[in-house]
Design a protein around this ligand. Structure first.
Ligand SMILES: C[S@@+](CC[C@H](N)C(=O)[O-])C[C@H]1O[C@@H](n2cnc3c(N)ncnc32)[C@H](O)[C@@H]1O
Length: 371
């Protein structure tokens, strides 16, 4: 993984994981110390709302840590409305408020590397909001944008349902019409195509799938679960896939939920420390001084092979308190031959949270460290 060319740029700017899952667990166990893969920052920052002493966030990509530093600074000092406007979350858009964004950026107390990285990026994008600037988001918003040139706004109506019953009934009727099905099928063909992702996004580093489903079946099943488990307009991922942007505030990711943001802000103001470190998770674990109670690994283990794939839990054990929970999201690949001794798989305790997760692209494992 270190040296992987994919993980050296701003790849994630929003959230391609629904952090409501990790947040739900932290609300139950109130961890004192949290260790997390950083990514965009939008998976670990909401966990501050549960009042931990410290969150250590790691990433191989300094660009991701700069984004987390910017998010953290905004969250600590700015009201939710300013955060929404700065990032470009609904009800605002990334194209609006460019002058206000530039003015607020000028006032923020940022690390020098964060300021210089974003000053240059904002110059290039003329002070657009950052929500879709990650390479993953750019790729995903590109799919519906291209398809909409052909079909216009025919599919926007799937975001108008206000009850699950109405949604189920209308979608069942519409899915009988082959013309209406053409866009979902085209989206699936693109998403269910490893060559596409390798060419446009992952530079040959896309995960090596080992789940038995074909790509097409995997994505079709995930989408069926998404449509059956909650209103489309309450789902940020469906909005990205079919509208190419977020449009409905009720679908905003958990970092900007009105019952999360103020609590996270208060914790950051009252002493929850955020440590941002450019390092590989396993070399960090080998030398860590702290012991952690909760670890959010994102889907990093899906990219492991060889010794790290077998030993990653044992390497992490060095820096865990007894009963610590480790959350591993597996995307297309479930690590093989992993030594789980000293850990108990307690994923079944969190099935309800898993069913409500808004992406449904991950098989999520939760391991309890029992020493
Ligand atoms: C694994 S990615 C999330 C991938 C995404 N959910 C997907 O489906 O492709 C999250 C972040 O992990 C970082 N990362 C990857 N491997 C890492 C490692 N061994 N140690 C620390 N960070 C790592 C990447 O730079 C990226 O920002």
């Amino acid at each position: 993984m270190p040296g992987n060319p994919y993980f050296n740029s701003l790849n994630y700017s929003m959230a391609n994981e629904d952090a409501a899952y990790e947040l739900g667990i932290c609300r139950q166990i109130h961890p004192k110390k949290i260790l997390a893969i950083c990514g965009s920052g939008a998976r670990f920052l909401p966990l501050a709302s549960t009042g931990p002493e410290k969150i250590t966030a790691l990433d191989l990509a300094p660009q991701q840590l700069a984004l987390a530093d910017l998010r953290r600074t905004l969250m600590q000092h700015q009201p939710l409305e300013h955060y929404l406007r700065f990032m470009g979350y609904p009800p605002y858009s990334t194209e609006a408020f460019r002058t206000e964004r530039a003015a607020l950026f000028g006032e923020l107390d940022l690390r020098s590397e964060t300021r210089s990285y974003f000053a240059e990026l904002f110059r290039q994008i003329n002070w657009e909001g950052l929500l879709y600037q990650g390479r993953w988001e750019q790729t995903f918003i590109g799919i519906p944008k291209r398809l909409r040139k052909v079909v216009g706004t025919a599919y926007d109506s799937i975001f108008e349902f206000t009850s699950q019953e109405e949604q189920d009934r209308s979608l069942a009727a519409k899915l009988k019409d082959p013309i209406w099905c053409s866009v979902p099928a085209a989206v699936l063909m693109l998403m269910g195509n490893a060559t596409f992702f390798n060419t446009v996004l992952y530079r040959g580093s896309f995960v090596r799938k080992n789940i038995p489903d074909s790509y097409f079946d995997f994505y079709s099943r995930a989408f069926k679960r998404l449509f059956a488990n909650g209103l489309t307009r309450e789902n940020f991922f469906l909005q990205i896939c079919f509208l190419g942007r977020l449009q409905y505030p009720e679908g905003n990711p958990v970092e900007v939920h009105p019952d999360v943001y103020p609590l996270a802000q208060r914790a950051l103001q009252n002493g929850t420390a955020i440590e941002l470190i450019v390092r590989d998770i396993l070399s960090f674990a080998a030398k860590a001084q702290d012991k952690y109670d909760f670890v959010s690994l994102s889907n990093v283990p899906s990219y492991f092979s060889g010794a790290p794939e077998s030993n990653y839990l044992q390497s992490l054990a060095r820096c865990l308190n007894r009963d610590a929970l480790v959350v591993v999201r597996c995307y297309l690949r479930i690590p093989q031959g992993t030594d789980t001794s000293g850990f108990v798989d307690v994923s079944h305790e969190y099935e309800e949270l898993a069913a409500r997760e808004k992406m449904q692209m991950y098989r999520i494992f939760v391991y309890r460290y029992v020493g």
